[in-house]
Design a protein around this ligand. Structure first.
Ligand SMILES: *[C@@H]1O[C@H](CO)[C@@H](O)[C@H](O)[C@H]1NC(C)=O
Ligand SMILES: *[C@@H]1O[C@H](CO)[C@@H](O)[C@H](O)[C@H]1NC(C)=O
Ligand SMILES: *[C@@H]1O[C@H](CO)[C@@H](O)[C@H](O)[C@H]1NC(C)=O
Length: 378
């Protein structure tokens, strides 16, 4: 009773309040509507993008916020054994200057239990796939990483890294190096020695555009978008690039009769796609990741190339300095010497190196990265 009677005296107040409520309601409704409009507009733009074919140049879109970010894309088997080193590296960065993405085996979650570095918490792709090394699933994983990373419009450079890669400089140096170059860094050359190209691809990929190069690339945003939106060249790789059956077996005969090739997609796809798209003038044809290759196997066995591992013994400051002072690379098959430049300035060729063991990474952290004030400025 008392409650009811108390409600009555409010009448004048109540009317004013009701008017206010109406105003607030209208305001909120209008704001929501305009937000929806912006969203729809944005959506129609992004939805149209997949229609652009390989070769068409997508103009760079303005990114919100004031800073371009470098996206670090990790391609791992499971966890990141060198997370402590990257933790140290990212500590020297401004949080607004970078982002991290990881492609790991499906279901593997980066959290307090699986990594010691908070930079990796929940940074794993949720749509990752099982990767078979040397098959097209590897480039599919790379495309998934790029596809997730381009969702953040601030990401302007995209660096692909393995779980055994290590940075040779502090964050500031690497950031400036990448951002100040308007080009991608994609190792790309004509390989005359190997027969990886299948003639069955010729309707999609002209043989003269076929290129080889290191898997470890760094691309600008428009190239990342091109790679993500390409369905055509990727399909050709999916169809004709397979792991070869053992030499001499019946399956192997059939394999070669069908013109299938063991074409190592991760060392051909991106370089071939960019070359086909006429973008050679937008790339520095070299990798930023240093690898020493060594050949194993006797005359009778099949020779196999594999990267030399950095261990505690060969990862001291002098060893690292030697890599840092490399300023050109020779491409024998093209009789080309690539003098390393970035935005037409002479720069060290390499920002990263692989493969590092845990002990090597520990030594790098304590003897090189911490003493990073000695790094030459760009
Ligand atoms: C994957 O999903 C989790 C949980 O929803 C989320 O926290 C995480 O950020 C997602 N990963 C990426 C790369 O978006
Ligand atoms: C972060 O980005 C800004 C703007 O691009 C740059 O001036 C600054 O040096 C960067 N900081 C680091 C630590 O990389
Ligand atoms: C490649 O082309 C040849 C000749 O046209 C054909 O016999 C073969 O089946 C093709 N291979 C595949 C995998 O389609």
């Amino acid at each position: 009773m008392t409650r009811k009677s108390q409600l009555h005296p409010v009448s004048r107040h109540g009317v004013v309040w009701l008017q206010w409520k109406l105003v607030i309601f209208l305001y909120v409704a209008l704001s929501l509507l305009s937000l929806l409009c912006i969203h729809l507009q944005y959506y129609s733009v992004t939805m149209l993008e997949p229609l652009s074919v390989a070769g068409s140049h997508i103009p760079p879109r303005k990114y919100p916020g004031d800073r371009p970010k470098v996206a670090f894309l990790f391609l791992t088997r499971r966890d990141l054994p060198l997370d402590f080193m990257w933790d140290r590296f990212f500590k020297g960065a401004d949080q607004a200057n970078f982002s991290v993405y990881i492609h790991s085996q499906p279901g593997f979650v980066f959290n307090e239990e699986t990594t010691r570095s908070h930079y990796f918490y929940n940074r794993q792709l949720n749509n990752s796939i099982n990767v078979i090394w040397g098959e097209y699933s590897m480039i599919e994983a790379e495309r998934l990483l790029l596809s997730t990373a381009i969702d953040d419009h601030s990401n302007q450079r995209f660096v692909l890294l393995s779980d055994s890669c290590a940075p040779l400089y502090d964050f500031g140096y690497i950031y400036k190096y990448l951002i100040s170059s308007p080009r991608s860094f994609v190792d790309s050359f004509i390989n005359t020695k190997e027969r990886r190209y299948s003639m069955n691809m010729s309707s999609v990929i002209p043989e003269e555009k076929w290129r080889k190069g290191s898997q470890w690339i760094s691309v600008i945003r428009s190239h990342a978008e091109l790679i993500v939106n390409d369905g055509i060249v990727f399909s050709a790789f999916e169809k004709f690039c397979k792991k070869a059956p053992p030499f001499g077996s019946q399956e192997a005969q059939l394999f070669f009769r069908q013109n299938l090739r063991n074409c190592i997609p991760d060392e051909h796809y991106i370089q071939t796609l960019l070359t086909m798209s006429g973008l050679e003038n937008e790339m520095e044809p070299r990798t930023l990741t240093y690898t020493v290759w060594s050949v194993s196997g006797t005359k009778h066995e099949a020779k196999s190339w594999h990267p030399v591992t950095f261990t505690f013994e060969n990862s001291g400051p002098e060893d690292i300095q030697e890599i840092k002072s490399i300023n050109h690379v020779n491409y024998e098959s093209e009789s080309r010497t690539e003098w390393c430049t970035s935005d037409s300035k002479s720069v060290p060729c390499f920002l990263f190196a692989r493969k590092f063991t845990k002990e090597a990474a520990m030594r790098l952290v304590s003897e090189v990265l911490i003493g990073s004030s000695k790094n030459v400025a760009l």
